[in-house]
Design a protein around this ligand. Structure first.
Ligand SMILES: Cc1cc2nc3c(=O)[nH]c(=O)nc-3n(C[C@H](O)[C@H](O)[C@H](O)COP(=O)(O)OP(=O)(O)OC[C@H]3O[C@@H](n4cnc5c(N)ncnc54)[C@H](O)[C@@H]3O)c2cc1C
Length: 430
């Protein structure tokens, strides 16, 4: 085990954690002892969140020192599954899983993010039929406030499981996750340039429904989008449908999401088929960015709001473009996870990668939110928002049930932190 008193920062460096110490246990038993003797403790995943969701004034614990675990034997007989160590990143899991002939249904844009951290915040990829990554979880093992090792599964805990998976780190330290898998598959990727944003809005269902996973990138500067189309190789090639997208031109060289940036670190394009985990993320698993010169925000809206939201963002383009690196539009299928922004509603997600200048960017995030919150937007749990945290719980029908679950699982608030307190204050009687 190692323990450090040095302040840790998140990946983007815009958050210096207030933690007194950071522990890195090398076994679950050590982790149990650390949790049992802490007053306040939070898990830190790979630190890719842009806000203070992982922060604490107590202790932080990282799980990347635990022995790696990727077990493709289905433990509970709930269908094909993989059990992974919570400190592992998707890129580590995916390579092993693929070699074993299995696949996860979807991945986020960057594969170097911890599985537990992604599931705790409802991280998602894109795809009309694809739910957020946490929806693949069928069972969790975690350490509770007294250091006890607990297990919950969709089958054995039908009442509370959907409240536990997207847990924001407030329900305990997750040590293992069991994820549903399917047979490994291949994907090919094409990029289409010059798609007018007006066309993206009017043909939204056609464009986003043309393949397994579709993303549209724009910087709102010229009214145009570039559409990344990821097809499973078994899918019928959509060339006939694609010709109906006014203005769309297939790119004849590899592209980066940010126009003009070198595509060296991007996953292979131009229709070359390849394994699911080397195509579904936009960035290659063998390139690990150690820190980021960017800030991010994202809002998830009911899918039907997509055309109205696109029109509103076009109007705001002159304010957005100067502080934006790139914006991505994705679709996310409805799930049943209480704190998922896609809880019981198909969503369109508007993501923004901003320049790393909080003073310049936050007012623009506020302007975007002023337009999109009235359309039913919910902010991504791991990204920046100007919305008062106390208002966020009101966006979730199951917030009260989650508060109740937190107070049952963690009655003395060992896993609480200021972020979760502000959102769910009544759970703690404050
Ligand atoms: C470059 C980049 C690309 C991104 N791409 C996407 C994307 O495509 N789609 C998307 O939706 N989001 C994306 N994100 C956001 C990112 O996926 C989330 O912020 C996610 O939470 C990061 O995971 P993490 O392991 O870094 O979590 P952290 O930021 O370390 O922690 C997030 C939360 O998870 C909790 N947590 C972590 N580990 C555990 C554990 N073992 N037990 C209990 N709780 C735990 C923490 O306490 C905290 O509350 C991106 C972020 C970056 C920087």
């Amino acid at each position: 085990m190692s323990t450090s008193g040095a302040p840790a920062t998140n990946w983007a460096g815009n958050t210096v954690f207030n933690a007194r110490r950071t522990h890195r246990p090398s076994s679950v038993e050590e982790l149990q002892d650390i949790v049992a003797s802490a007053d306040r403790i939070r898990a830190l995943g790979s630190g890719h969140s842009f806000n203070r969701i992982a922060d604490t004034d107590g202790d932080l614990v990282r799980l990347d020192g635990l022995p790696p675990l990727v077990d493709v034997t289905p433990p509970g007989g709930e269908g094909p599954a993989v059990t992974v160590g919570a400190g592992m990143r998707y890129d580590e899991v995916a390579g092993i899983l693929h070699t074993a002939g299995s696949a996860l249904a979807n991945l986020a844009s960057l594969p170097h993010i911890s599985v537990a951290g992604c599931c705790a915040t409802a991280t998602h990829g894109s795809g009309d039929s694809e739910k957020c990554l946490a929806a693949a979880v069928t069972a969790l093992e975690f350490v509770g406030p007294d250091g006890e090792l607990l297990e919950v599964s969709r089958r054995s805990d039908p009442e509370t499981f959907s409240g536990t998976v997207v847990g924001l780190g407030a329900l305990g330290i997750v040590t293992r996750l069991t994820l549903a898998v399917e047979p490994a598959f291949e994907v090919s990727q094409h990029v289409y340039t010059g798609v007018p944003l007006t066309q993206l809005a009017s043909a939204f269902d056609e464009i986003f429904g043309c393949a397994y996973s579709v993303s549209a990138f724009t910087d709102y500067s010229d009214g145009l989008a570039r559409v990344w189309v990821k097809r499973r190789v078994t899918e019928r090639d959509g060339s006939t449908r694609r010709s109906r997208w006014e203005g769309a031109t297939p790119a004849d060289s590899a592209q980066h999401p940010i126009p003009g940036a070198e595509p060296t670190h991007c996953t292979e394009q131009l229709g070359v088929p390849g394994p699911w985990h080397e195509r579904l993320p936009h960035f290659r698993p063998d390139f690990t960015p150690s820190s980021g010169e960017e800030l991010q925000s994202e809002l998830l809206l009911p899918r039907a709001a997509a055309p109205g939201a696109l029109a509103a963002l076009r109007e705001l383009g002159a304010r957005i473009a100067p502080v934006l690196q790139i914006s991505e539009v994705r679709t996310v299928a409805a799930d049943d996870l209480w704190l998922s922004p896609a809880y019981r509603r198909d969503c369109v997600a508007f993501h923004f990668t901003w320049v790393k200048d909080a003073a310049a960017v936050l007012p623009v995030i506020g302007a975007v939110e002023e337009l999109l919150l009235p359309l039913g937007a919910r902010p991504h749990w791991g990204k920046l928002t100007t919305m008062p945290h106390a208002d966020i719980a009101g966006l979730y029908e199951q917030a009260g049930a989650f508060r109740q679950l937190v107070s049952e699982r963690d009655p003395h608030g060992k896993f609480r932190n200021p972020f979760v307190d502000e959102v769910f204050a009544p759970a703690y009687g404050v």
